[in-house]
Design a protein. Sequence first.
Length: 208
Amino acid sequence: MYNNTSRTLEAIGVAADIERSGRYQPLRLRLYRMDREMQQHEMRALAASPGYVVGSVHALTEGGSLLIASASGSQLGPLASGAGHVILVIGAQKIVPDVATGMRRIYEYCYPLEDARARQAYGLPSGVNNILIINKVVTAERITAILVNERLGFLSTAPGRQAVSATGGGVRQLGQPDAGGKRAGRLIGPARSAGWAGRSRRGGRRRR
């Protein structure tokens, strides 16, 4: 199991649980112990196709599209197709009306915070160098998106969360049809979000 670098996973304790609980086989720790010069090819192969990837997204549209940005792009391949299963934990403040608003959220909100984090952690700037947009999943049940009805990630609140889906409760898997058998591969239905959600139709940024 590989856990992507994510403030959301850190906030809810999932990253620490994967790496330290002993209940999983954390690929990240295995890669840390490998020799980057002598085992570079093996490291790339392991990171590209883990059995499970756990992470988050930078934006989720009301129509069900997932937006993930990355400086290096290394985490995007497994999310798109390499990993056997993908689990994404998404705070409600990341819900936006459409892809255009999601892109603005990445550039105007996420990037400045991630750049500051990268400079502090690595001494290097970050960048919006790669963006993955997942509109529909071909393989049923490969991606599970869990919506959490509170603010998670940068500036997130303390744990004590309640998981809900965009369809009104529980967990919905991308690729699973709705009750009418339509719009498979999309998270559908209204969802109440909090925090930055782009611009309202009347102009100006809105907070829900």
